[in-house]
Design a protein. Sequence first.
Lengths: 320, 320
Amino acid sequence: MKAEAALGIDFGGTSVKIGLVDSRGRMLQEEHCATSACADLPRWLAMVAARVAACRSAGRRLRGIGVGVPGFTDYERGYIYNLTNVPGWRGVPLAAIMRRKFGLPVFVDNDVNAMALGEYLYGAGKGLRHTFFATLGTGVGGALVIGGKVYRGAFSMAGEIGHVPIRMNGVRTAEGRGGLEAYVGNRKIAACAARALRRGRKSLMTAMVNGNPGAITPKIIAGAARRGDRLALEIMDYISDCLATAFAAVTYLVQPEAIIVGGGVAGSGRLLFAPLRRHLAERLHPYFAERIKVIPAVLGARAGMIGCAALALRQEGTGA
Amino acid sequence: MKAEAALGIDFGGTSVKIGLVDSRGRMLQEEHCATSACADLPRWLAMVAARVAACRSAGRRLRGIGVGVPGFTDYERGYIYNLTNVPGWRGVPLAAIMRRKFGLPVFVDNDVNAMALGEYLYGAGKGLRHTFFATLGTGVGGALVIGGKVYRGAFSMAGEIGHVPIRMNGVRTAEGRGGLEAYVGNRKIAACAARALRRGRKSLMTAMVNGNPGAITPKIIAGAARRGDRLALEIMDYISDCLATAFAAVTYLVQPEAIIVGGGVAGSGRLLFAPLRRHLAERLHPYFAERIKVIPAVLGARAGMIGCAALALRQEGTGA
């Protein structure tokens, strides 16, 4: 008999990734599909049905299905309130629909929660007790794993570091004032670099984007920083310090053993982590500065699938 | 036979309060003693021994003893690293010493953690799942109760809201930069009012302190605000907004159902809570603004004793 496994579905804005994952977090099989090809519920279910059938005909015992979505969910009820970048998914009781259709336990969670669990169990957080996970992208997502379980709080979305204020009198947004994301989201970073170039700052980036500041991306900034470009290094330092400010809030409030950082910018390695650790140490009492770890995520693009499968493998309580 | 009870000891900088508390959180008996009269360990133990003997001779079955101290502790080991305002208590394995002496289970925790548990079980948090407790005094303390248990994090001091940064480029302290406490601690508030008076601002407070700005206290500010004094109201508004900034961080990261506020300034009632709730709502997405509750603590000066006793009544796991 083959080892027990679960399907982990990472439902993103551009692609849906389905992975078959065993109870040790190993990826047995993996398929991707453009979100546009299955963006409505019937086609989405058909696509999952095909994967479930394939697993069953291969003699796999499926323990369940976990789904991670980019939006606002109620984990207890397996309910999707709405998805940020995928229209038509407002008010969907997805777990109930899937349970009926597949006769399997189904768990639906916010994608960042799933990634956090994946990294905790099988990635950078292995062996730790409490971890905070932050992912840097268009926005800044976060999630909290406490004593082996995703902690969702009373409103299902605990760990929302992107809206944690770092400047009391800062930028106003729908989510409040001075929130981290308003300073370090991908577009903000790119816009910040573009502004400096337009103001006439000299930088390797000008040549890298053929003189078009609008074409700057965080990747280009990181590339220029790696080559010692002063402006790019200044921007990396600023991003790190903004992150460090929010991480100081996480350290004092939540005191995880480690803050695990994933997502695009996190790929910059030492370029990000060296100033980030330095700034965080400046922003903490030495007792905590010596103890808290800030470490890169290791599961990369698979964290979502692995974490979703883990929800199903562990049958993490939903009451439902 | 009398109902089961526990001793809760609230070890403060000026007084030590010992309460006998039953399993429903009711205070059966209460005694206070000046800290100066029992500031060293032998006298402190003798004082507790007298209370234990009195309980036993009255036929009480003691379930254990809980101790809350104003300082840095390791709950798991029942160990005191040091106390902020009481010299001579550095590196004391208090739980082990007391267990040996009294033959009872003993639990030693930070005093704010104990208060948070007291309010959660028997006070403002009754019936809730997750609560954050903040106490306003010389400093600003905080603690987190998650699913019925004090959550201490990996470094034993989770919930330290006083050091949560509200201004990225704010005041530098030993604990970091721009931390809440640097803006709203009792002395900061008083100093802020005194500065304004010295600059010549008109205020009822001038008469209330007989022209001596150095004599201003938070109580005087609250009193003047209650009488409609403009300067005092401005200060209350500023304090509220600083608190709201840190509470927004708590809401986004931890998502408790309620933030319970105790300590001196909290006694100002609506004067504090009205602007606090308004500013917090401005600093949150409406979804969370509608849900999070900000409520006054109700156990007052007894929260510590009751919470300490609760640690012992529930025998909250220490592994020790």
